[in-house]
Design a binder for this molecule. Structure first.
Ligand SMILES: *[C@@H]1O[C@H](CO)[C@@H](O)[C@H](O)[C@H]1NC(C)=O
Ligand SMILES: *[C@@H]1O[C@H](CO)[C@@H](O)[C@H](O)[C@H]1NC(C)=O
Ligand SMILES: *[C@@H]1O[C@H](CO)[C@@H](O)[C@H](O)[C@H]1NC(C)=O
Ligand SMILES: *[C@@H]1O[C@H](CO)[C@@H](O)[C@H](O)[C@H]1NC(C)=O
Ligand SMILES: *[C@@H]1O[C@H](CO)[C@@H](O)[C@H](O)[C@H]1NC(C)=O
Ligand SMILES: *[C@@H]1O[C@H](CO)[C@@H](O)[C@H](O)[C@H]1NC(C)=O
Ligand SMILES: CC(=O)N[C@H]1CO[C@H](CO)[C@@H](O)[C@@H]1O
Length: 406
């Protein structure tokens, strides 16, 4: 077991038996129907940038994934959940058994809800497509905020810079298929993103833009770990990787026990039956808006209405994605595209509150064969850099990087 490369949460040593949390590559023929009208759906997002031409799709993606098997009772209520959380965060030396044992093969086709926005006045650069994967918190509105879009909308920024953006809801989120919260994890989501990247590169579901000249994959937080594993495992899939809210230092940066204790999770459907009633008990959410502020925001660099917006629009997360997010072999030594890792200086989630000194390594080593690797610490921000005051400062770092390196 590569324990030094596994996220350790107390007794729950992650990635258990196999040593790697991420499935070995399984060859899959593309085989997706090439017809842009297939899957076109009505506009459903709360906001679209004026400068953008946007369409929406429901995209079927077939995957095969070796998932870790969650080997613990499926709790019936918050009492049983809290008992699980206290066991899972107990010091490892106490010897409680891990929560995963063995693997299970998942063969499935999921319907993924996605949006594609491209400049109304294209100049050629729109054939550089940015494929975005959200994190834990907001679904794809993370990239396309209806709230103060001049300040907090990445899609609007990137389209303004000439790029096209393809952004989707991860399984279990927004308009995409629901998958059990005791199953959905980094492994199957890597396969979904791999499938989506293949579809977009072939020029499907990209409207008049057709086949992209270049494909950049971008993630936030959990979505960045998924993105990282995709380019690490399938290095040909993208020309550039932009990892926002990521940290690869699992000894000093990512503090699994600390996160569980500051999220203080609750069963999502119990906390808010109206919003989360269609999710099983494996879907959790942090206890309240202050917990989100504690973990995602840094005072005085955000404002309260913005944090309230983020809380009101949060999605639930699955226990298995939470427990696998930074686990596995994090080496991306086969990726030769351009890579940017960027997060807030005070990122509580991936830097245990302070990034200087622990952000660059092992990330630079992991990306040692990238055409260029830039570790960038964005000042005056915690983890959720898209919703701090200077979000557009971070967006500019991202599009400047793509301008220079795509
Ligand atoms: C779009 O909306 C119209 C009117 O509500 C509805 O008739 C149609 O079925 C919808 N199309 C899709 C693809 O959802
Ligand atoms: C996994 O857990 C099950 C149920 O507790 C147990 O029967 C089985 O022996 C375990 N397998 C391994 C490989 O530990
Ligand atoms: C999953 O799909 C693969 C490839 O199509 C196939 O070889 C395998 O037998 C399937 N496994 C299950 C459990 O259905
Ligand atoms: C790089 O690719 C080679 C050949 O497929 C493989 O053997 C090796 O394990 C990969 N390295 C990493 C770090 O993934
Ligand atoms: C985390 O950073 C520290 C300080 O640079 C370093 O000693 C440690 O090896 C890093 N951890 C990993 C997993 O690379
Ligand atoms: C805004 O962000 C940019 C990019 O990180 C940075 O250079 C600049 O100093 C930031 N400005 C403030 C006021 O934080
Ligand atoms: C108030 C505050 O801490 N502002 C900081 C924002 O970031 C810049 C660049 O790191 C610092 O110089 C400021 O002190």
């Amino acid at each position: 077991m590569h324990s030094s490369q596994s996220l350790s949460i107390g007794a729950a040593i992650l990635c258990g038996l196999s040593g790697s949390c991420v499935a070995t590559p399984t060859p899959q023929p593309p085989g997706y129907p090439i017809n842009d009208n297939i899957g076109l759906s009505n506009l459903t997002q709360p906001y679209y940038p004026d400068i953008a031409e946007c369409s929406e799709y429901i995209v079927p993606v077939s995957i095969t994934s070796e998932n870790l098997a969650f080997n613990y009772i499926h709790w019936e209520d918050d009492y049983e959940l809290e008992d699980f959380l206290s066991i899972a965060t107990t010091r490892a030396s106490a010897g409680f058994p891990g929560v995963f044992n063995g693997t299970v093969t998942v063969n499935a086709t999921y319907e993924i809800a996605a949006s594609f926005c491209t400049p109304k006045q294209p100049n050629g650069k729109e054939k550089n497509v940015i494929l975005a994967t959200h994190g834990i918190g907001q679904a794809r509105t993370h990239w396309n905020s209806p709230y103060k879009p001049e300040e907090y909308n990445f899609v609007q920024w990137a389209v303004g810079e000439g790029y096209s953006v393809w952004f989707h809801d991860r399984i279990g989120n927004g308009g995409s298929d629901k998958v059990s919260g005791f199953q959905s994890q980094v492994n199957d989501q890597v396969e979904v993103l791999r499938g989506l990247a293949g579809i977009v590169r072939e020029g499907q579901y990209t409207g008049a833009v057709g086949k992209p000249d270049k494909l950049a994959v971008i993630g936030f937080s959990f979505g960045s770990y998924v993105t990282h594993h995709v380019v690490a495992t399938y290095p040909e899939i993208a020309d550039a990787a932009i990892l926002t809210g990521i940290g690869l230092n699992t000894t000093l940066g990512v503090n699994g026990n600390g996160l569980v204790r500051s999220f203080v999770p609750r069963i999502a459907s119990v906390q808010n039956a109206e919003r989360f009633g269609d999710l099983d008990n494996g879907y959790l959410t942090w206890v309240d808006g202050f917990s989100q502020i504690n973990t995602y925001f840094k005072a005085p660099f955000y404002d309260i209405p913005t944090a309230t917006f983020a809380e009101e629009n949060k999605n639930a997360f699955s226990i298995t994605e939470f427990l696998t997010f930074a686990a596995g072999d994090l080496d991306a030594g086969n990726f030769t595209g351009a890579a940017l890792a960027i997060t807030g200086e005070n990122d509580y989630i991936v830097c245990d509150g302070y990034c200087p000194g622990i952000f660059e390594e092992p990330a630079r080593t992991n990306y040692r064969n990238a055409k260029i690797f830039v570790p960038y610490i964005h000042p005056n921000s915690s983890h959720n850099l898209n919703f701090h005051h200077n979000a557009t400062g971070a967006y500019k770092v991202i599009t400047d990087f793509l301008d220079a390196n795509l």
